[in-house]
Design a protein around this ligand. Structure first.
Ligand code: AMP
Length: 212
């Protein structure tokens, strides 16, 4: 019932998360993988970055939270995710990047999926060395001008990640969903490791396109 046939391949309706500390390369890998799986990458960070330019009280609040390296409140975050996952292009699967980040978001997502009789298929966890992460983010901040990539904000974001988000990995591990991937090395190397992990995940039957 949950499968469709496309050119001889069985393609599952795939619902994935990608997690990992700031600077692990989530956004880059999410975009690549989503393309290979033909599902949308849904990044709450991108949605908040788009939203912060608006001239609304919410935009002002999001801008302040992001500039300080904190998390946007759960209610606001859950709302934008609910809207986005309700769009038709997410009906056949999605790759969530940067959500959930708090226990309350994990529980909310569980409920949202359960209401639609859906569940997560796997959670990719990118693992990096923290020193390397700081260096990557400082370099990115210099190149992109991202306001939350200053050394001070990076430290704040890593601390918030360690405190609020890292413990969530255990929840997904306990459910048998966690796929840890070494995220050190080139974008290509990491992309291949992710594809290998997904291929080896017994519960999934994916057709992953080659990298472009
Ligand atoms: P990212 O691009 O995923 O690193 O997100 C950039 C910033 O957006 C974060 O530092 C947070 O301020 C905010 N943000 C993104 N996703 C979430 C989330 N799931 N919960 C709360 N805040 C978020």
């Amino acid at each position: 019932v949950n499968q469709q046939h496309t050119s001889g391949h069985t393609s599952t309706k795939t619902r994935l998360l990608i997690m990992g500390p700031p600077g692990a390369g989530k956004g880059t890998q999410a975009a690549l993988l989503a393309g290979r799986l033909r599902i949308p990458a849904v990044s709450t960070g991108d949605m908040f970055r788009a939203l912060q330019h608006a001239d609304t009280p919410l935009a002002v609040q999001v801008r302040a939270v992001m500039a300080a390296g904190g998390y946007v409140d759960d209610a606001t975050t859950n709302d934008i995710v609910t809207d986005r996952l309700g769009a038709t292009d997410c009906a056949d699967g999605f790759l969530l990047d940067g959500y959930p980040r708090t226990l309350s978001q994990v529980l909310y997502l569980d409920e949202l999926l359960a209401q639609a009789a859906r569940r997560l298929d796997a959670v990719i966890c990118l693992r990096v060395d923290e020193e390397e992460v700081v260096q990557r983010l400082v370099a990115r901040g210099q190149m992109s001008g991202r306001v939350d990539d200053t050394p001070q904000t990076i430290r704040a974001r890593l601390a918030v990640y360690q405190e609020q988000t890292a413990p969530l990995l255990e929840t997904y591990r306990a459910r048998g969903l966690l796929l840890p991937v070494d995220a050190m090395g080139t974008v290509q190397d990491v992309a291949e490791r992710i594809a290998l992990e997904l291929d080896g995940h017994a519960a999934l039957d994916l057709s992953i396109l080659p990298t472009p």
